[in-house]
Design a protein around this ligand. Structure first.
Ligand SMILES: C[S@@+](CC[C@H](N)C(=O)[O-])C[C@H]1O[C@@H](n2cnc3c(N)ncnc32)[C@H](O)[C@@H]1O
Length: 262
């Protein structure tokens, strides 16, 4: 079998890129289109987000945010606002990392169940927070019957999924009453250099460098009309939200979305 010469191979690659049909519109599309990004690199590999790289280095990387006091202050305020200061029901957190958020929202360990893909994060959480229930599972296949938890919380996770909609359906399915999401809107790419736009996939990617290697992950950033259609997909029409910024905003919004399950 003949091995294609490098220039011929590159020409074929360039031709396939030029003739490739425009991908379907995705979340974050307008934001990505609207700006010119400093870093443009040929099509990025679609890898899992750094959030679920299962290395010791990624755990250390995350712990800096997760165990610091200020990082989730807005979420603590939103939880109290929507669920009251003395919420005594059960909480499921989807994409819980170490399960550290039960302290932030002020619930007892027995009230709290967390699921995450990354067993290393969960193991660290079991050691750090006795009493919480932490289960390995994917957000789009939650191992619970319908209407199991009084509140389902999902913070900084949906933005990292290739398709956020199946996870949202699962979140709605297992909630008895309330759902609180924290997502991103506005234009995060202004704010951090650790963001690249892949013109071929028409998507934003965030990256972290761990042990000398860059790990790229999806970055879904909501525009206001995206949010409406995203929630409608799971049958949600009424919702409240805070800090929902338009794509032109030069900063990102840590958008909090709250709704009751019909
Ligand atoms: C940025 S961290 C957020 C952790 C925590 N919710 C917080 O706000 O501090 C994203 C988490 O989502 C988890 N994750 C990513 N994809 C997931 C999926 N499909 N199912 C469950 N967890 C997932 C990662 O392992 C990681 O712990």
């Amino acid at each position: 079998m003949s091995v294609p010469s490098r220039p011929a191979h590159l020409l074929r690659l360039a031709w396939s890129r030029l003739t490739k049909p425009t991908p379907k519109r995705r979340f974050g599309y307008r934001i990505a289109r609207a700006e010119s990004y400093p870093t443009r690199i040929p099509s990025l590999p679609v890898t899992p987000h750094p959030g679920y790289v299962g290395t010791e280095a990624s755990l250390e990387h995350h712990k800096k945010h997760w165990l610091s006091d200020g990082y989730h202050a807005d979420l603590a305020v939103a939880f109290r606002k929507y669920l009251g200061p003395n919420f005594a029901g059960s909480v499921l957190e989807v994409g819980c990392g170490m399960g550290h958020l039960h302290r932030v929202i002020g619930v007892r360990p027995e009230q709290y169940t967390g699921v995450d893909l990354n067993e290393r994060f969960l193991a660290a959480g079991r050691a750090e927070f006795p009493g919480v229930t932490l289960i390995q599972s994917s957000a789009d296949r939650l191992p619970f019957p319908d209407k199991t938890f009084d509140c389902v919380l999902c913070c900084d996770v949906l933005i990292h999924l290739e398709d956020m909609r199946p996870a949202l359906k699962e979140i709605v399915r297992v909630s008895k009453s309330a759902v609180l999401l924290r997502m991103r809107s506005g234009n995060g790419a202004y704010q951090t250099s650790k963001m690249v736009y892949d013109p071929y996939q028409e998507r934003l990617f965030g990256y972290v460098t761990l042990e000398g290697r860059r790990h790229y992950g999806y970055y879904n950033v909501l525009a206001p009309e995206d949010l409406k259609s995203f929630l409608a997909h799971a049958g949600i029409e009424k919702y409240e939200c805070e800090e929902l910024l338009p794509p032109e905003a030069p900063v990102h919004g840590l958008t909090k979305v709250f709704f009751r399950v019909p």
